[in-house]
Design a protein. Structure first.
Length: 732
């Protein structure tokens, strides 16, 4: 028996646990509160995609009375059911990384049953050479699962999806009516499968408090199904809901029917609200002290926020604890041939946060009025790397995804140095802003520490709109920063937006041209277009008139209240650009069709771009060597050289030179300097090694040099020093 059960309802990710319950369990450990966590999503999928699960699925389909209405694809999959049942366990084991040798058989053909998803294989076959056999096999196995998913949606349960379930019911649900009505219906096949697993866990754990973490609309319906089951079968167990969905959507919930299923809804950071909630349940006769918590009394929804205790600092919340989760059972998939998307869906990542909130916190489309954005608090680099080491020890995984809104460059630098000093071998990636702090030198340091990728918002590639967004960057600056990341070997992904308020057709076309140039020059390797959505807690939602926007659903609903319907003063139908923007990006992503006129991507007339064809190239060429401040810290990221002294005689004069021989991962090279300068430089590189904890300032180096030699500027600009700067002598 565990008093607290933390559950992530179906469905989120296939390849790695969503971290919310691990965060909460880590915090509860610091309070000596016993808890158990359960990823109902991955357990349901593994049960579904198994021999017994598919046998039940096809038996359910066989009982359908409307088989005459099945599509040709449905009929084909049903006809291949024996082949699916035979291969499913092997395919899942391969995607779990347990049987890598199966890749050859998958890629050879005549192993996986194929339905309509495989029609795209011929179109993308040219890409598989660069993907490699393991990735090609993962892609084919993913198509195999997607065929089964199509069959489930078409024949068995229209709400099914790999990373969402009944998402339509949760998205923009200002009224609880439809969701409530659906909850009165009989269980679907997926409902029953999920609830059988949930029921077994409830009987095993016997919790006093069930905490449902709901990050997305696609988890909401399943969360209510679980809560509904508890009310019917475990009435003594209290049910609480928290997570990203209630934090943004349910901040003004007032429908009392919600609390027929739930006892509590908590908002924002969950640690203190959960602790106080537990204390309230344990000591019901004491005065009730709660933090940001909805509940129902006398048929009315009330909001209680009377606790005076401040939220915990990031240093106090503990290390995420992934105990109880089946880390070896998550499956890696490759849905689309996009390098950044493969990071999201392929491989197991420990999730951490460098800082609570966003250090920038100004973007006008973002929910910056909410605590999860507005309350900025970084974690000390040493503590963060302590947590990384603890997670490596407990999970066996050395991959980390820092899930920050935008990781602070200064903290990224300190974390990178701490990783290097501890001689850790890790791979990590995160979200950033494309700001000028990301110099070529900083990017080299990040790469040395194991940074493999960054994603950042270019949003609308228009300086006027970037200024209106208050993004704090320009397109030219983005080009320069992405160039710095790329030359250091760090994959760069750009979030792209269209349909921002007041955006003109010309600006959309010009944005596409900017994106085309960024991909053609190879400084951005991955991207994704999404259409602007208006939320109630963003500056635009709070002050729509300032941005030429008219809110159409002004009256708040009694359930979810975040997504807003709106009309833009321009009256432009931005939906018409969706297909062309995404199709062009798909081709640019794979290095083709840069020569095509932009008009070719659209089936309606668009204006010619006004962007110079060399705009991005000129922006990159304009990168200047920044003036090095005396307070900048100098680091040497390479190995220490060997020194040999060579004597030369020229015109009867004897000269001694020091030859410094270097070996890095890909090459060996040497530089020569006068003997004393060479010996001094070798000693300096040792002192400046990034593995050392001392920080040598540029001004100190200049002063020390000038006490021994002459003309420091000439020395620092010399060819030997420039050679070292290109391979790891950095100033930060």
């Amino acid at each position: 028996m565990k008093p607290i059960l933390l559950v992530t309802p179906p469905f989120t990710q296939l390849n790695t646990p969503y971290p919310a319950t691990a965060y909460l369990k880590g915090f509860l450990n610091t309070k000596q509160l016993d808890s158990h966590q359960f990823d109902l999503g991955i357990e349901t999928l593994l049960q579904l995609f198994s021999k017994s699960g598919l046998t039940q699925l096809f038996a359910q389909a066989a009982n359908q009375t409307n088989q005459a209405n099945w599509t040709e694809n449905d009929q084909r999959i049903f006809g291949l059911q024996a082949n699916y049942i035979q291969t499913i366990d092997s395919v899942v084991a391969f995607l779990q990384g347990k049987t890598p040798s199966l890749a050859k058989q998958i890629c050879s053909g005549y192993f996986l049953p194929e339905a309509k998803r495989f029609a795209q294989v011929e179109e993308t076959d040219w890409a598989f050479g660069s993907l490699g056999m393991q990735d090609k096999a993962k892609h084919l196995a993913t198509l195999y699962l997607e065929d089964l998913s199509d069959f489930i949606v078409s024949v068995v349960d229209e709400n099914f999806g790999f990373s969402r379930y009944a998402e339509r019911l949760g998205r923009s649900a200002s009224s609880f009516d439809e969701l409530y009505s659906q909850l009165q219906n009989d269980f679907t096949f997926i409902d029953q499968l999920s609830l059988d697993l949930f029921a077994a866990k409830m009987h095993d754990i016997q919790p006093k408090l069930l905490c449902l973490s709901v990050p997305f609309p696609g988890n909401l319906f399943s969360a209510f199904r679980c809560a509904q089951w508890v009310k019917r079968n475990f009435p003594s167990c209290k049910v609480a809901m928290g997570g990203g969905f209630p934090n943004t959507e349910l901040r003004s919930v007032s429908d009392p029917r919600v609390f027929e299923f739930l006892d509590f809804i908590t908002l924002d950071d969950g640690e203190l609200p959960l602790e106080l909630l537990w204390q309230h349940l344990e000591h019901p006769k004491l005065p009730r002290q709660l933090k940001r918590t909805f509940l129902a009394e006398n048929g009315q929804v009330i909001y209680v926020n009377n606790a005076t205790q401040a939220d915990y600092k990031q240093a106090q919340v503990g290390t995420p604890d992934y105990t109880d989760l089946p880390l070896t059972k998550y499956i890696s998939v490759i849905e689309v041939l996009n390098p950044m998307h493969s990071l999201w869906s392929d491989g197991r990542w420990n999730k951490l946060t460098m800082a609570h909130g966003c250090y920038w916190g100004k973007c006008t489309f973002c929910d910056i009025s909410l605590d999860y954005i507005s309350l900025y608090e970084p974690v000390a680099a040493a503590l963060l790397v302590d947590r990384m080491e603890e997670l490596i020890a407990t999970t066996g995984e050395t991959g980390f995804h820092f899930v920050d809104e935008a990781a602070p460059p200064a903290l990224m630098r300190e974390v990178a140095l701490e990783i290097i000093r501890r001689d850790l071998v890790v791979s990590w990636w995160t979200n950033i802003r494309f700001e000028k702090s990301f110099t070529a030198d900083l990017c080299l340091l990040l790469k040395k520490s194991g940074c493999i990728a960054v994603s950042g918002g270019l949003e609308v590639a228009s300086d006027r709109l970037l200024d209106l967004i208050d993004k704090g960057v320009t397109v030219a600056q983005v080009a320069q920063v992405t160039h710095n990341f790329t030359i250091s070997g760090i994959l760069t992904h750009a979030y792209l937006m269209y349909g921002y308020p007041t955006q003109t057709i010309q600006e959309t076309v010009d944005s596409l041209e900017m994106v085309r140039q960024l991909f053609e020059l190879g400084v951005v390797q991955s991207g994704f277009w999404h259409q602007f959505a208006l939320t109630a807690h963003s500056p635009i939602g709070l002050n729509p008139e300032k941005y030429g926007v008219t809110i159409l659903n002004k009256e708040p609903g009694t359930f979810a209240n975040n997504d807003l319907l709106f009309a833009d003063a321009t009256g432009i139908d931005h939906d018409q650009f969706s297909f062309g923007l995404k199709k062009s990006l798909y081709n640019y992503l794979h290095g083709i069709c840069f020569e095509l006129p932009l008009q070719d991507w659209f089936d309606f007339k668009i204006p010619r771009t006004t962007v110079s064809p060399n705009f991005i190239a000129q922006a990159i060429a304009a990168i200047e060597s920044n003036y090095t401040k005396p307070t900048a810290t100098v680091f040497w990221l390479g190995n220490q050289p060997t020194i040999s002294i060579q004597t030369k005689i020229k015109r009867g004069q004897q000269y001694k030179n020091a030859q410094l021989q270097f070996h890095d991962l890909t090459q060996s090279f040497s530089i020569q300097l006068p003997e004393e300068e060479g010996i001094w430089l070798a000693a300096l590189l040792l002192k400046c090694s990034a593995a050392q904890r001392q920080k040598i300032k540029f001004g100190e180096i200049q002063k020390e040099y000038e006490q021994k030699f002459e003309n420091f500027e000439l020395f620092w600009q010399s060819k030997p020093i420039q050679t070292l700067q290109s391979v790891g002598l950095v100033c930060l």
